[in-house]
Design a protein around this ligand. Structure first.
Ligand code: GCO
Ligand code: MG
Length: 407
């Protein structure tokens, strides 16, 4: 009897923050796969899409046919993509690759063509309220083995900026059913003044060898981004991330005309077509889609293949608000493609590791996965059930005049 999908289970759990996990079970009780369908701040919308709309389509199907099921879910809606549906699709895609690997007795990177490298160059996040704090944090990361580090600093006079907050820690970590989004005040002018000084400080203090990165988090206009890029050029960043918002691809031309700084973009894209002109016109150097938000491994492979032809390298999104399955999927793809650039990573808190074991491991600057069949990740379902969902939001960014940022 051919193997069929018998059940699609959706589990929303909050060990330290919310995660949406998808389990696909098959007619062989020993063969199942786990995927991640977490969309920070809109978790239950994805869970409902999976449970109410997508799961019924999968029951009775052959789990071996990943591409066909992907196309059926993607095109079958008629409406196409969007973050909620592409995150749901990614959860299914990852679970199906996990199943395929387990059945083959091979790690997913092997199914994707086998290793092209021994490990995936990783970068971590360092931040602080002033230059000295950032420097201390970078030195600690270097001591831990990191060769590439993203640096963010509090903008003087602001309550927080992307990557660093001056708010009491409990405002960020406390989950509360009544909690509404934090408001983060941000002004481009003081930000534009402080970032080149930060990077200059770090280069003087730490030398040229350590790779430094910076995430603008889409908070500049194109001409402001061009100014920042030009002023940072001398300090040789590995890349400048998300300099402008994602909607208008033409704006990247303006930045490109003014600077040779390497540019990374992609965590807000939800289909390959979002980023296509940036790749084919060589307006960016790193494509950093989120595998968990763009339809999973199947779509990432296609994006990487297109990017390879245009000298664009990958830098898949790897924040703490996607589950270990997506981090593992990142590394399986990183290890098997030719045009891998760098991999963003986090260390999961212990409680999250207990619920979702098997995240990639870090040693001496590089990430790796084991030879375990599939993605190498699993879920302790009984433990996950003891951490129920708690509503939480990403912060909302407002200018000093009270308006929502329009950059
Ligand atoms: C990054 C990202 C994230 C996002 C987060 C939103 O580069 O890692 O910018 O930190 O802000 O994933 O939920
Ligand atoms: Mg980012």
């Amino acid at each position: 009897m051919a193997l069929t999908i018998t059940n699609v289970k959706v589990l929303v759990t909050c060990p330290d923050r919310n995660y949406v996990l998808v389990k696909i079970e098959t007619s062989d009780p020993g063969v199942y796969g786990w995927g991640d369908a977490t969309l920070n701040g809109r978790e239950l919308a994805v869970a409902a899409a999976l449970e109410q709309h997508i799961a019924p389509l999968l029951i009775g199907r052959d789990p071996d046919r990943i591409e066909d099921l992907w196309q059926m879910i993607y095109r079958g809606t008629y409406w196409r993509g969007g973050p909620v549906l592409m995150t749901a699709l990614a959860g299914v895609d990852l679970a199906l690759w996990d199943i395929k690997g387990k059945r083959a007795g091979m790690p997913v990177y092997s199914l994707l063509g086998g290793r092209t490298r021994d490990g995936a160059l990783a970068y971590t996040h360092c931040s602080g309220r002033d230059f000295a704090e950032v420097e201390d944090s970078v030195r600690a990361a270097m001591a831990r083995g990191f060769k590439a580090i993203r640096v963010q600093v509090l903008v003087p006079g602001m309550s927080g900026t992307y990557g660093v907050s001056n708010q009491p820690a409990e405002r960020y970590s406390s989950f509360d059913m009544e909690a509404l989004p934090l408001v983060e005040r941000f002004e481009p002018s003081p930000y534009l003044r402080v970032i080149p000084k930060l990077v200059e400080h770090l280069r003087v203090a730490l030398g040229d060898e350590i790779e430094l990165l910076h995430d603008v988090h889409e908070r500049l206009t194109p001409i402001q981004a061009a100014r920042l890029a030009k002023e940072l050029e001398a300090y040789h960043l590995f890349f400048l991330e998300d300099p402008i918002r994602p909607e208008n691809k033409e704006s990247f031309r303006l930045i490109r005309q003014h600077t040779t700084i390497p540019i990374a973009m992609g965590e807000l894209f939800h289909t390959r077509w979002d980023g296509l002109p940036l790749i084919t016109e060589q307006l960016i150097d790193f494509i950093r889609c989120d595998l968990g938000h763009i339809g999973g491994i199947s779509e990432a492979r296609k994006i990487a293949a297109i990017a390879e032809s245009f000298y664009v390298q990958t830098a898949w999104h790897g924040p703490g608000d996607i589950a270990p399955m997506t981090h593992a999927a990142n590394v399986h793809v990183d290890l098997s493609i030719a045009n891998f650039g760098i991999q963003e990573m986090v260390f999961f808190p212990e409680v999250a590791q207990e619920v979702m074991p098997g995240a990639p491991t870090f040693a001496d600057g590089y990430l790796n996965v084991t030879d375990a069949p599939g993605l190498g990740t699993d879920v302790n379902e009984a433990l996950a059930a003891t951490y129920p969902y708690k509503r939480a939001y990403l912060p909302v960014v407002r200018r000093v005049d009270g308006s929502v940022g329009d950059w």
